[in-house]
Design a protein around this ligand. Structure first.
Ligand SMILES: N=c1c2ncn([C@@H]3O[C@H](COP(=O)(O)OP(=O)(O)OP(=O)(O)O)[C@@H](O)[C@H]3O)c2ncn1[C@@H]1O[C@H](COP(=O)(O)O)[C@@H](O)[C@H]1O
Length: 116
């Protein structure tokens, strides 16, 4: 992971600690106390906001888009930490897929279904 992505790893570390210790006065704790439904609701809400921001023009639009991506990624990481899954596991899954086109993977999946 390049240095510029270190804040992502530090955030995940913080969220993992939040999942374990559930300190008061933490937004993450509040989300985790509410459970998968609430965290999922926030992910959907933030995904919609990200998509809406995707076509905003200019530097301000780009900045807003990046801001919304941060919100979506934060909430997605909260769900991962809540479920006890680390970023390394997700990275490993993406590594497993590396070099296989989504089109090829889909064709293989459909072939497997036909064979069953
Ligand atoms: N990166 C984030 C982060 N990104 C977004 N958010 C929060 O996510 C919420 C976004 O939802 P909305 O815009 O809908 O705001 P809202 O109306 O207050 O949300 P709701 O009450 O409807 O849930 C805001 O409250 C943001 O402050 C974050 N909250 C925390 N972090 C990181 O998580 C760490 C731990 O945070 P706590 O657990 O709160 O201490 C912090 O130090 C930060 O590094």
């Amino acid at each position: 992971m390049s240095d510029s992505l270190l804040p992502l790893r530090r955030l995940m570390q913080t969220l993992t600690e939040r999942a374990q210790s559930r300190p008061e006065g933490s937004y993450t704790t509040k989300l985790m106390a509410a459970g998968t439904g609430k965290i999922g609701e926030k992910i959907l809400e933030e995904a919609h906001e990200l998509i809406e921001a995707a076509d905003e023009p200019g530097d301000a639009g780009r900045q807003h888009f990046v801001y919304e991506a941060g919100d979506l990624i934060y909430h997605t990481l909260v769900l991962l930490a809540y479920r006890g899954v680390d970023l390394d596991e997700v990275a490993a899954e993406l590594g497993r897929r590396e070099g296989t086109s989504g089109l090829v993977e889909k064709a293989n999946r459909n072939q497997t279904k036909t064979d069953q």
